[in-house]
Write a new protein. Sequence first.
Length: 138
Amino acid sequence: MRGNRFREELVEDLDIYRRQQAKRGLVVSAYWVGGSFVSDKDQPGDIDFTALIDGAASTPDPAAIRDWTNPGKKWARQIHPDVGRLLRLDAYGIVKYPDGDPRLQSYHELRGYWDDWWQRSRKTGQSLSRGYLEVVDW
């Protein structure tokens, strides 16, 4: 990736998103980065990822949960006033809850869904599975 300014700019967009999440009280334990960004495509259109959010450690601003937990392509199409430009992201998130929390089952289901999503090849006739990059301690 070093030397590929296009990809570096996509990582900068993810870093801006990460800082916005932290600013709004969300604690992210990992990002699962997938899609064309982790392929050999020279200029992917965006950076696709799922943020694994620590529900117990997070103290989110309720007004910001939808914007910074699971916005999809919202920030690729709409300029957020705190950012001042579009972010080339396709962003999703799942919240991990502590053992015993009634929402834990939903977390396990969503985690399985996204794990499968990022690994599954969706091109017809392609036999090899894809993968994703897990980014931690950012």
